[in-house]
Design a protein around this ligand. Structure first.
Ligand code: GLC
Length: 721
């Protein structure tokens, strides 16, 4: 029910004031320097200066003092005293930069994901931010796409759980609460599936695939009460999302009951024209408003054309009033009419460093996100007193915050600093530490100093190779056709292996890279992602066993870029490959590489070892199914295991995935401790989109799988009626 004062405001507003309320511009237009680089095409928007007085929201205007000044000046000149709302890209932390979301997905730790958002919200709120364009929850299957770093991975169930946790962490129970900000789930919908992994390329998929894999996490955000939804750049069924009524009104509002605000992506209303879906800005404005897109970001076709569209009877004024009402209701939910500065706090915002509590939280989140992929002969954990060699472009680098790293005010802890926080510097020798530049600057490799590194480090007890990709080559506009480490980084690893000493390869990346070429030369392999401000400490905690690695892959690592898209929950085919008969030709296979990824979804090692036994599946009286399994820690080290539940619907009216994650539980076991882990399987967990796009349950045989990851589990078949 719309509050009377909001209804009165809408009635008092002129049409131009309404259209300005539906427009978002960067702080540049208020004469403030851009506090952050604006993304996307940035062009003159041919608007009159006095329009600025009625604009509704600011993109990436950050900093408590900036916000207070801008809001104050705005309210002085605003006729109706409607406060601005400040929105920004806080993707993985604001002052305390946290692990990239793809790494957080690997934590499989929903409490940590909620805390991730709470830390970011507190710091953002102090900086005057009211809403963050996060969580980004685009499902991804193609690591060539640079923005895989921003999402939690390839699985709809995991993405949904992580997304709802983050919405709760950002928003809390009441947006007016101090330290809470509104969240905006993005990019609706399917932006993570561009053909060829090429940024901004066409997205094309069946409705069934869209609904089965790509939509669930956005819906989880809506069900968790997310305040805003951002439309994606891409088309869905040949219609750009920003002008797609089926998506924005049909699914989002009518089916899911979303009553919050929708916003364009940067310039995406205008981009209906180059898409060829609108003749000009006027038609783009018409299509977007009719489709239900409330706020236009960084283009001004609503402002320049909607008024005449209404006057000519082509656009119903009610659509504009509904959109304006939603925007004012969001401002009211944040308490901005009573306190237009909300939590802006220059003292907190300008503290000389993030709080120790936040840094500690970041350090722990980082450790939980690291995935141990190989540990031959127990090379790890390292022992104090060892002579350790450290080489590679990420050995001493502080450029490990990750893309979209907000303010970048505080340098990250380098791996070198993290390690020397554990052992005397005299026990740590370095070599070939020259940093890797960005491909955007034409740099595609590091200087080769592998022979010198060989000589300098050959007498060490163990050698660490800190390798990866430049963080600027990930994120938006960061698509790559090759996923291998650069030639001289691969060469370094092979030369270090030639010393005969154990080599621990540590990978800094914003995506799964192609690591098969260096797997043999790596006795241990650690996926360290980009972990933000506390990066070096988080990695050192794992390397020295002060944190027993518990991360599990939220995205498959391809054996080769030629496999892509490679993901665990693929549909069954008519000619499945049977590894027992590797030479059969006419089955789904490659002649030159395996079908399986190098490392599968859900995979990750620990310093502990776990044994599974006693797997039972039984139908319960109330029609549910109970699956249980016993897990034992068979090592001498306390460790955390993520028990994963997968199911397969063996036969159905449409083909079904070979397996789908339907649950996971993290347990911590002391040495030789055993614990039985149980899951309840209900019919709604087994529902899927049938041929008529309706959610259905079909009785039949189901394979129930419980185990350590998507490639290592026990299976039992049961009929469920
Ligand atoms: C960018 C991104 C989007 C971001 C927006 C505002 O182009 O696609 O994720 O929130 O513009 O910066």
């Amino acid at each position: 029910m719309t509050k009377p004062f909001i209804q009165d405001l809408v009635n008092d507003m002129t049409l131009d004031e309404k259209l300005a309320q539906l427009t978002q511009l960067g702080p540049y237009y208020w004469g403030l320097d851009d506090t952050v680089d604006l993304t996307g095409p940035f062009k003159e928007l041919n608007i009159e200066p006095q329009v600025i007085k009625s604009i509704g929201s600011v993109l990436n205007g950050i900093g408590a003092r900036n916000v207070i000044e801008l809001q104050t000046r705005h309210l002085e000149s605003s006729r109706l005293k409607i406060p601005l709302i400040f929105m920004a890209d806080v993707i993985h932390g604001y002052r305390t930069i946290l692990p990239i979301p793809l790494a957080m997905g690997c934590s499989f730790d929903l409490d940590a994901c909620e805390q991730f958002a709470e830390v970011a919200a507190r710091e953002s709120a102090a900086a005057g931010i009211h809403l963050t364009f996060s969580p980004m929850t685009d499902l991804v299957r193609d690591p060539r796409w640079g923005r895989v770093m921003e999402t939690s991975g390839e699985d709809p169930y995991l993405n949904a759980r992580v997304t709802e946790s983050m919405v709760r962490g950002y928003q809390g129970k009441d947006l007016k609460e101090p330290g809470r900000i509104a969240a905006c789930v993005k990019h609706f919908a399917g932006y993570g599936a561009p053909e060829g992994g090429r940024e901004y390329n066409t997205v094309d998929m069946s409705t069934g695939v869209l609904r089965e894999f790509y939509l669930p996490a956005y819906k989880a955000a809506v069900d968790a009460g997310v305040a805003m939804v951002m439309a994606a750049f891409n088309t869905i069924d040949r219609i750009p999302s920003s002008g797609n009524s089926k998506l924005l009104r049909g699914i989002l509002r009518e089916e899911w009951g979303f009553d919050g605000v929708t916003i364009a992506d940067f310039n995406s209303v205008n981009e209906l024209v180059p898409h060829g879906a609108a003749q000009d800005g006027r038609e783009a404005a018409l299509k977007s408003l009719v489709a239900g897109l409330d706020i236009e970001m960084m283009s001004t076709h609503y402002l320049n054309h909607a008024s005449s569209l209404v006057q000519e009877g082509l656009l119903d004024l009610r659509l504009i009033d509904e959109a304006v009402t939603r925007v004012l209701e969001l401002k009211d939910a944040l308490g901005l009419f009573d306190n237009p500065f909300k939590d802006a706090d220059p003292v907190a915002d300008e503290a000389d460093k993030p709080s120790p509590e936040h840094l500690q939280a970041a350090r722990e989140m980082g450790a939980r996100s690291i995935v141990l992929l190989k540990n031959e002969g127990g090379v790890l954990p390292l022992k104090r007193g060892m002579k350790i060699g450290l080489a590679g472009p990420f050995a001493t680098s502080i450029n490990v915050l990750g893309g979209w790293a907000g303010t970048e005010k505080d340098p990250a802890v380098s791996l070198y600093t993290g390690i020397t926080g554990k052992i005397p510097a005299a026990d740590l020798l370095t070599a070939m530490t020259g940093e890797l530049g960005s491909m955007l600057e034409g740099v595609f490799d590091v200087e080769d100093a592998s022979e010198a590194a060989y000589e300098q480090l050959k007498d060490c007890d163990v050698i660490l190779a800190a390798v990866g990709e430049n963080q600027q080559d990930t994120g938006e506009g960061g698509s790559k056709a090759s996923l291998r480490l650069s030639a001289n980084q691969e060469k370094l690893i092979h030369r270090l292996k030639a010393t005969g000493k154990p080599v621990v390869t540590i990978v800094f990346s914003g995506r799964p890279l192609e690591l098969a070429p260096v797997l043999e030369s790596s006795d241990a392999l650690v996926q360290a992602w980009f972990l933000g401000t506390e990066s070096g400490n988080s990695i050192a905690d794992v390397l020295f066993g002060d944190y027993n690695p518990s991360g599990r892959l939220s995205m498959s690592f391809p054996y080769s870029v030629g496999q892509i898209p490679v993901y665990y929950n693929a549909y069954q085919t008519g000619r499945p490959y049977d590894p027992q008969y590797p030479n059969v030709r006419y089955v789904t296979r490659y002649l030159d590489i395996p079908n399986d990824p190098l490392f599968c979804f859900g995979y990750g090692l620990s310093y502990s070892t776990f044994a599974y036994s006693g797997f039972t599946v039984e139908a319960a009286a109330d029609g549910k199914v109970l699956a249980s399994i016993q897990v034992e820690n068979t090592s001498e080290v306390t460790g955390k295991e993520t028990v994963q539940l997968y199911i397969r619907d063996v036969t159905a009216s449409v083909v079904r995935p070979g397996k789908e994650l339907k649950g996971f539980k993290q347990i911590t076991l002391a040495p030789h401790e055993k614990q039985t882990v149980s899951f309840e399987i209900t019919r709604d967990m087994l529902m899927f989109y049938g041929q008529e796009d309706q959610l259905v349950f079909e009785p039949g045989d189901f394979d129930i799988m419980l185990g350590a990851n998507s490639g290592d589990h026990s299976t039992q078949r049961i009929w469920i009626g």
